[in-house]
Write a protein that binds this ligand. Structure first.
Ligand code: COA
Length: 344
């Protein structure tokens, strides 16, 4: 239990924020393009050419596997990486659009699962932008002195909101399930932390990615179809256009805010939405292949988990180190988009 005596002062000396550890968890169950070919009219060639995805992982619902298990495992791994215990956490934020239930917050269940005592816990929903929004929130809560040690988890199980038939083939091929976690801590080194960040939304675009729960949730002009209830509805071409434009724009704005050049950034950790969108951003900034990470081929678009999953792989591979400048970027349903440029 985080004791009140260890709570930091609200008027702290100037402090920085450092990344203390990361962890990730993907389900064992694989859903390959060949598997999808048996479920709908599609082909490995079409999927790879349009998205770069070869396989994704999905939870084994028959054995009760769900988002809270992925979250807890990713957090346990991040705690071990940071050499911390659950009781060392002051706050847990879970960024998800597929919570375990409407109430309680998934973060509360995860806190209980890892023995985090009475640490604060809440969920944040900004769809695919969720993890980037949440690390911005966590950073400022630590920087401002309210908290010392915060775990941020990005986790989603979109497989439960897919129609794996011909009707859903434009959407179901994209998404996979996963969780990733980053733990942040206060540090005396004031050079560490966020150099510039942004969080944006355009509610006009809500109908480009939504999950209807009842007849009233369908946009005007879209006829009610009960087969679409609890299934992701996505206007793929519109989202693609939005992403291709927004991605480089938000990167450039964040670089300008921090007065940093693209070449000075050691790694761009971007939401894995579509390989073509990522390659377009890479070309726009003249980045070498190893500076903008892509793992969409193995996991698909894992929504809130995609950025922390990349972060964990990069850290474990020694490609993100202390002293690096790292830019996190994401966009998604809402529509939302955001960034976070860190001095590690
Ligand atoms: N297999 C084969 N054909 C498919 C298919 C599939 N899985 N899904 C759709 N098609 C067909 C369509 O029916 C259409 O056929 P038609 O021309 O005969 O009508 C054709 O392929 C083109 O469909 P379209 O939806 O225009 O394809 P696209 O080139 O836009 O690619 C996406 C579809 C979804 C891959 C692409 O729009 C995309 O990646 N969008 C961004 C989505 C995204 O990033 N979402 C997450 C936001 S965080």
């Amino acid at each position: 239990m985080a004791s009140s005596t260890s709570s930091p002062s609200f008027f702290p000396a100037r402090r920085g924020v450092r990344l203390a550890g990361t962890g990730a968890c993907v389900p064992d169950k694989r859903l390959t393009n060949a598997d999808l070919e048996k479920m709908m009219e599609t082909s490995d060639e079409w999927i790879v050419q349009r998205t770069g995805i070869r396989e994704r992982r999905i939870v084994d619902t028959e054995h009760g596997e769900s988002v809270k298990h992925l979250c807890a495992k990713s957090l346990e791994r991040a705690l071990a990486d940071a050499n911390l215990k659950g009781t060392d956490l002051d706050l847990i934020i879970v960024a998800t659009m597929t919570p375990e239930m409407a109430c309680p917050a998934t973060a509360c269940m995860v806190a209980q699962m890892v023995g985090a005592g009475h640490a604060g816990a809440f969920d944040l929903n900004a769809a695919c932008s969720g993890f980037v929004f949440a690390i911005n929130v966590a950073h400022d809560l630590i920087k401002g002195g309210a908290y010392n040690t915060v775990a941020v988890i990005g986790a989603d199980t979109l497989s439960k909101l897919m129609d794996y038939s011909n009707n859903g083939r434009g959407t179901a091929i994209i998404f996979g399930d996963a969780a990733g976690c980053a733990i942040f801590k206060a540090t005396d080194d004031t050079s560490k932390g966020v150099l510039a960040q942004s969080m944006h939304a355009d509610g006009e675009g809500w109908k480009d990615i939504y999950v209807p729960r009842c007849s009233f949730d369908f946009p005007q002009g879209t006829p009610f179809d009960e087969n679409k209830i609890d299934v992701v509805q996505m206007n793929g071409a519109t989202v693609f256009k939005f992403a291709v434009g927004t991605f480089p724009e938000v990167i450039q704005q964040t670089l300008d805010k921090a007065k940093v050049k693209a070449a000075e950034v050691d790694m761009f950790v971007c939401h894995q939405s579509n390989q073509r969108i990522l390659h377009a951003a890479r070309d726009r900034f003249g980045l070498s292949e190893d500076k903008l990470y892509v793992n969409i081929d193995r996991y698909g678009n894992t929504v809130g988990a995609s950025v922390p999953l990349c972060l964990d792989e990069l850290r474990k591979a020694g490609k993100i180190k202390d002293g690096n400048k790292v830019m996190f970027v994401a966009f998604g349903g809402g529509l939302t988009w955001g960034s976070s440029l860190w001095q590690m």
